[in-house]
Each structure stands twice: as C-alpha cells, then as structure tokens.
Ligand binder design. Structure first.
Ligand SMILES: Nc1nc2c(c(=O)[nH]1)N[C@H]1C(S)=C(S)[C@@H](COP(=O)(O)OP(=O)(O)OC[C@H]3O[C@@H](n4cnc5c(=O)[nH]c(N)nc54)[C@H](O)[C@@H]3O)O[C@H]1N2
Ligand SMILES: Nc1nc2c(c(=O)[nH]1)N[C@H]1C(S)=C(S)[C@@H](COP(=O)(O)OP(=O)(O)OC[C@H]3O[C@@H](n4cnc5c(=O)[nH]c(N)nc54)[C@H](O)[C@@H]3O)O[C@H]1N2
Ligand code: SF4
Ligand SMILES: [Mo]
Length: 725
C-alpha cells in the first residue's frame, strides 16, 4: 500500500488541533499539524506526536483481562461482557441498585461514543452511585451557569481573539493549551492580543509560563481569590464603573451583589490575599475602562475552598462591566451539535443539592456525588454502601484527593471492572479490565469542545485504521454491558429494550448524523436542501468554519424569569465563609502546596511514551529560595513532603517563580505501584500529589475537592536522587 496522509482532530486535550498523519499501510510515518485545518491552522503541541506511541505501545491492552489471583488471563469479549453484567447484577440483587457505582474520567469527554453510551450504561444500571472528574475540576463553572443562566452547560467562552484585556486567574493556558477555552495555538493568540495593544494580567501564586509573558503578574496567596474578586467589584461599584449596558434589563440581583461587594474594599483584603490594595484598585480601573475585557478563571480557582464563589464572582465581574455576550468579552457558542438545547429536550438542564451523600452529607451536583467521597462510600457499612465499581476512562487512585485511601478501599469491593486501555494504578485493582481500541482506530467528533470554542467550527474525523477484528470501541463495550444488564435483569419495559436495541443499531455515528441534521446549522430531516449533514462533513476533511461567536442573549437564558441571576441565594449565603477567610491567618510553619501541569504530560496518563518522558525527573517540588534556605535545603535535594494524610518524596527545585510560603508539585505521577503494566512510566515514576491532598477538605458549598493550598511540611529526606536513563 502506498503512503497517504490522513487528516483528523487530536483527541488528547481540549484544543482540537487538526493533525496530518502520514501512513504507509499500517505504519505511521509522521504526525504534523494540519495547516489547512479551519481552526488550528497547523498548530500542534508535542503530545500529538505521541499518539503514535500510544497506538503502538506494547503495554496497551488489546483484549479483556480477567484476574486470576495475582495474575491475569486474556478472555474473549462475550465471556468478559457476560461476566461483568452478571457480577454487577449479582451485587445489585443482593445489596440494592445503588451498591454499584460508576466513575467517569476525563477522556470520556474526548470520546463521543463514550459520552453517548456511558449514558446508556447508567440508565441500565439505574444507580444513584455516580461520580466523575467534574468534582475535581469544572463543577464550580457549571454551578455558576446553572444558578445564573439556568443551564449547567451554558458556559461563556472568553473571546481572547477580540478582547483588549485578558485577566487570567488560576489557569496556565500556555501549558494546558486552554480549558473551557478551546483555542488551538494559545500562545500565538496571546501574542496577537499584546501586539494589538491589549493587556494580559495573570493572577497565580506561581510565575507560570503564561504569567511570564503577561504585562502584570499578581502572586496571590492560594485560596484567597474570592476576596480579591470582591475587592475588584468593590472598586468597580465605588468608582461608578459598573456599566452593564445592554445587559441591564436582563439582570436581577444587581443591588444585592453591589451591597455584598461594598463590604470588601481592597484595603480590607490586602493582607489576606498578600496583594497591595493599590495594585487591586489599579487593576479594577483598567479592567472596567478597557474597550472590552474578560476575566477567566480555571482549575486553580475551581478546586479550592471557595471555588464556587470564585466562578460566580468571575461571571459577575464580566457582567457588571458589560463584558458578557459581546465581542471581546465572554460569549456563547452556536455549535453544530447543541448540547445545551439537547439538555433542554431531555429535561437535563442540571440540578444541584437534590440530595446529600450518605456518609458525609455532601451535596449532589448534576446527578453525581463528589469524587472526594468515593473512598468513604466504599468503606462505610450500611444500606447503599458501594460494593461494586465501574471505572470508565479514569484513574481516580492518582487523580482524586487522598488517592491512597481509595487505593486501600478498592480491594475490599465485591467486584470492579475498568474500561481502560491500560493496567494502571486504578485498573490493577479491577477483577476485569475491558480495553477499548486505540483512538486512531475509531472515528472522532468533539461533542463537548465545539461548545467551548472561541469560534464556531465543526470537524469530523473518520478512523485512520480499521479496528482489529477482536477490538471493541468504548461505545460497543458500554452498549454490550447495558444490553446484557437489561436482558438479565428481566422486568424490562418493552420501550426501554427497544431503545437499547435501536441505539445499538445506530451506533454513535448514526446518532451524530441525526444530531447534526437537527442542530442549529443542520439540514433537518429533508433529503435535499442546504444545511449541514455528516456527509457534508466527510467531504470537508479540514473542517468547516461556521463563523465568529455572536451575541445570544437574552434568547439563550433558561432561568424562569428569563433574567441573569446575579445574586443566587445559595451563593450569597456562602459569603459567610468568605468573611471568615479574612481573619484566617497563616497556619504556623506550614507551607501551602499547589499543583501544576506540564506540556508533555496529560493528567495521569501518556506517561508510557518514552518520547514524552525521556530524561527528566517529572516530579520536582518548586520552592522559593527564602523558604529553602530557612529549611537548610538546596536545589537538587531529595525532600519529604508531608500533609495530614500522607507523605511523598520529591526532588527540590529552588525557584524565584514561587510565591514565598507556597510550593508546587505536578499531579498525575506516582507510577511506582506494583502490579501495573506501564513499563516506560515505571522508569520515571514520580510521586502522586494526591497522596498529599486531603479528601476531608472540600468546597462546603458544592463538594468540589480542594486540591490547592494544602498545608504541608517539607524536610530533607535520606533518599537518593532518581537515576534517569
Ligand atoms: N491534585 C490535583 N489533582 C487533580 C488535578 C489537579 O490539578 N491537581 N486535576 C484534576 C482534573 S482537572 C482532572 S480532569 C482529573 C483527571 O483524572 P481522571 O479523569 O480520573 O484520570 P486521567 O488521569 O485523565 O486518566 C484517564 C484514564 O483513562 C484512560 N483512557 C485514555 N483514553 C481512553 C479512552 O479513549 N477510553 C477509555 N475507556 N479509557 C481511556 C487512561 O488510560 C487513564 O487510565 O484529575 C484531577 N486531579
Ligand atoms: N499539558 C497538559 N495539558 C492539559 C492537562 C495536562 O495534564 N497537561 N490537563 C487538561 C485538563 S483535564 C484540564 S482541566 C486543563 C486545566 O487547565 P489549567 O487550569 O490552565 O491548568 P493548570 O496548569 O492546572 O492551571 C492552574 C493554575 O492555578 C494556579 N493556582 C493554584 N492555586 C491557586 C489559587 O489559589 N489561586 C490562583 N489564582 N491560582 C492558583 C496554579 O499555579 C496553576 O498555574 O488542562 C488540560 N490540559
Ligand atoms: S494542544 Fe492538545 S489537541 Fe493540540 S496537539 Fe497538543 S494535545 Fe493535541
Ligand atoms: Mo480536567
């Protein structure tokens, strides 16, 4: 077979970069950026090339594995799916429906088959035991959208290509490539912002890669962003700079938020935030007076004690300065498949606090419990104790707070099944591992990230390689399980068994074709005419541009009174906890631990690629020189880092980039555990940040894990430095 070039979208992060993959038969010769991609125009990052490593990785599982004592045996798909269905039902029959829990990890969102058919499996299981990475990530954004706009998926996107002022809090888009902000080639876009005279301000306890290219960097004390945001609002109101403009008639609660903000002038929050009152004041003026401006907060402000309040206040700041729903502010998309409208149709705009978790009484969000409660729900006896566990595209042992506790809880389960291509820190505890095919052996469509993009575009990627005959895609695994559970359970309604069969016949591609036709740009069900169809997308391998973001309000609002709720009661009530924060001072000699991401890493996986991990100690602790010398520590020392829940060892890097009193460790490492099959990752195991984060610390409002600002002690360890190949 001759060489040819295949075009597809990278499925690893949120940026949706177009790839040009040159192949010779079954062999991948090269992976480059697709210069003709209507959105990414050739941009890629180093991870794209590692898709080859993932595809060819001999450690990537090709067939189901069944546990035999401490060993594994390969079994066939029918036997594996039968076994999983039987064991899950057995647990439900003996202990009730909710004794089975499901955790959905991050890659689910990058896999439209898994999104669609994950829902089918959840329906078949009929369990309330649902968990996902949402509660260690973007839950506060969704909460603010639900309470203020009436729909958890109405997420405003920062219009970074047209803004003249970008205020970034707790995000490092130069490294993460953007999150809830799909914009391939962020660095180029931020350079363009500065070139057209715009300003970039970054608020982060570390001088990150993004902060280093900013006009201003404010090294805030971790966990105090809510105070900082209130002070910005105070100045805006006090100086008469609150000008919502055309949004004014759409607002409710403006007086209440103003009254609340008035309590927090910059002078009052300066000490707690570690910032000067004057710099907060200057920033507030500059932001409010800019021709257009956008405040954008991500993981660093979501996963903290006051994360819910933070995302709310960021929305409020954009709204009162007139920067919601206008070019250069934050805007809503009009994607080809409109998940927001779909949520309306199936009655799922989201909900919050409809129940409390069994053990700790944490609030439900969107039908899920906080991941921080997973271990205790497994350990604590009583009705609805979790006794069986399905983990789908997740690695909660490394990615949820106090993962070590979860790791101790997993072996106590009656049954566990992981749907995952690797035998890793989590799946090694399963009784059965069901590996999907490689991402290059399935088609791809970004159901979620087109919704979060700075421009309306659409692109569909067919599979590059035919899946092996004994390979299964995620959706086939999920559907196979759901169907077996449905038939074995009996008492199935005729309608539900027909639905399961029908969606099985359609497949994700068939569903996508329907969703595209019935979406905002679609042709409808007419055989001819204008408008988008899947066929049209297949004829456009570089994607189709659907134009810039355009104003959508008030039409898009889903609140009962069709207004934006600026002062939702539960958020106003939570200001009580913000006030308390004013008087909490430093916790003795403890340092404050925060996380970080690295360009060549992807949460807890992609670490089995030698290309991405070669020659470096992935897991260094960054510390300010003053803190190091106070402890008699030097660059390169091995150190013990200890928190309430655990201890890890890391190599110290002394760095002026850190705020004094704050240390930083990346998350997603800790591949030293026995029993995994990750031979490359095990060479550079690093330590797990989540062996230090504390599952007891959550945002009391919404249950989001506190992953930032963990009190730790650091001292020199006896251990040798790791030897790197
Ligand atoms: N301390 C700290 N902890 C954090 C964070 C932090 O900033 N600090 N960040 C949090 C965030 S934002 C997130 S999103 C979570 C992520 O945490 P998780 O979602 O729990 O885990 P990942 O590390 O993304 O692991 C993904 C798993 O999916 C598997 N996988 C990859 N592709 C596929 C696929 O196509 N199908 C299937 N079935 N499996 C696949 C991989 O092998 C891997 O086991 O971590 C969170 N944890
Ligand atoms: N290369 C790479 N890209 C990724 C990922 C990856 O693992 N690697 N993961 C993907 C995922 S799942 C996600 S969710 C996104 C996340 O995307 P981002 O949110 O952009 O990612 P982070 O680098 O974790 O940025 C969080 C920042 O918050 C800062 N921070 C910590 N505590 C505080 C605080 O209290 N206040 C303030 N203001 N800042 C604080 C940290 O120093 C850090 O710089 O990235 C995605 N992209
Ligand atoms: S930025 Fe994200 S989408 Fe683009 S190539 Fe890198 S991993 Fe893939
Ligand atoms: Mo995430």
């Amino acid at each position: 077979m001759a060489t040819h070039t295949h075009f597809r979208t990278c499925s690893l992060c949120e940026a949706m970069c177009g790839l040009a993959i040159e192949v010779d038969g079954e062999r991948i010769l090269s992976i480059r950026g697709d210069d003709e991609d209507v959105f990414s125009q050739g941009h890629i990052c180093p991870k794209a090339v590692a898709l080859k490593d993932l595809h060819e990785d001999p450690d990537r599982l090709r067939r189901p594995l069944r546990r035999r004592g401490s060993d594994w045996e390969e079994i066939g798909w029918d036997a594996a799916l039968d076994l999983a269905a039987e064991r899950l039902l057995e647990v439900q029959r003996a202990h009730g429906r909710h004794a089975v829990a499901v955790y959905q990890g991050n890659p689910t969102v990058h896999n439209y088959g898994a999104i669609l058919y994950g829902q089918i499996l959840l329906r078949a299981l009929r369990t309330r035991g649902r968990f996902s990475a949402t509660s260690v990530d973007q839950l506060p954004h969704m909460l603010a959208s639900l309470l203020m706009f009436g729909h958890q998926l109405l997420l405003p996107v920062p219009d970074i290509d047209r803004t003249s002022f970008l205020l970034v809090l707790g995000a490092n888009p130069l490294v993460s490539n953007g999150s809830l902000l799909t914009a391939p080639g962020i660095e180029r876009r931020l350079r363009a912002l500065r070139a057209r005279g715009g300003r970039l301000v970054v608020v982060d306890p570390r001088r990150t890669e993004t902060a280093a290219m900013a006009d201003t960097h404010l090294a805030i004390r971790p966990g105090t962003d809510a105070l900082f945001l209130l002070a910005l609002l105070e100045v805006v109101f006090e100086a008469g700079l609150a000008r919502p403009g055309r949004l004014q008639p759409m607002l409710s609660g403006l007086d209440e938020v103003e009254a609340a903000a008035r309590e927090f002038p910059p002078e009052r929050v300066a000490a707690a935030t570690g910032l000067r009152a004057e710099e907060i004041r200057t920033l507030a003026h500059a932001f409010a007076k800019a021709p257009s401006a956008v405040a954008y907060g991500r993981v660093g402000v979501s996963t903290q004690e006051l994360g819910g309040v933070c995302q709310w206040l960021i929305y409020v700041l954009n709204i009162v300065t007139g920067n919601l729903d206008r070019a250069g502010g934050t805007m809503f998309t009009r994607p080809a498949v409109d998940l927001v409208a779909l949520g309306d149709r199936i009655g799922q705009r989201g909900h919050f606090g409809k129940g409390r978790s069994r053990v700790r009484g944490l609030p439900e969000f969107g039908g899920e419990w906080p991941a921080a409660a997973l271990a205790e729900e497994m350990e604590t006896a009583g009705p609805d104790q979790i006794r069986a566990f399905v983990s789908l595209a997740g690695n909660p042992v490394l990615s949820t707070p106090n993962g070590a506790r979860l790791e101790r809880a997993l072996p106590g389960l009656d049954f566990m099944v992981s749907i995952d291509p690797y035998l890793n820190e989590t799946s090694r505890h399963a009784h059965l591992v069901l590996p999907p095919v490689s991402p290059l052996e399935r088609d791809h469509y970004d159901l979620v990230f087109h919704l979060l993009a700075v421009r309306n575009t659409v692109r569909y990627s067919p599979p590059l390689f035919a899946p092996p005959t004994d390979g299964r895609e995620d959706w086939q695994i999920l559907h196979g399980l759901a169907r077996r559970i449905g038939t074995r359970r009996g008492r199935q309604t005729f309608a539900s068994s027909m639905t399961t069969r029908a969606v099985g016949r359609l497949g994700p591609r068939g569903i996508l074709a329907l969703l595209l036709r019935t979406g905002p740009h679609g042709r409808g069900l007419r055989p001819w005419g204008r408008g988008l169809t899947l066929k049209a997308l297949e004829r456009a391998p570089h994607g189709i541009d659907l134009g810039p973001l355009t104003p959508a309000l008030p039409g898009a609002l889903r609140t009962a009174d069709r207004r934006i709720a600026l002062a939702p009661p539960v958020l106003m009530a939570d200001l009580q906890r913000v006030r308390a924060r004013l008087i909490t001072t430093g916790k003795g000699s403890a340092l404050s631990l925060i996380g970080r991401r690295e360009l060549r890493s992807n949460n807890s996986w992609m670490h089995n690629s030698a290309r991405l991990t070669r020659g470096r100690d992935p897991c260094t602790l960054l510390m300010h020189p003053g803190d190091a010398s106070a402890r008699g520590l030097a660059d390169g020392d091995r150190v013990d880092v200890r928190s309430r829940v655990g201890q890890v060892e890391a190599t110290l890097r002394v760095s002026e980039d850190m705020r004094p009193g704050v240390v930083s460790l990346p998350h997603g490492w800790g591949h030293h555990r026995p029993g995994t099959r990750l031979r490359v990752a095990a060479l550079r195991p690093g330590a797990s940040l989540n062996d230090l984060t504390d599952e007891a610390e959550v945002d009391a409002l919404c249950g989001t894990a506190v992953l930032s600002g963990v009190p730790v002690e650091v001292r020199r360890s006896g251990g040798p430095a790791p030897v790197l190949a």
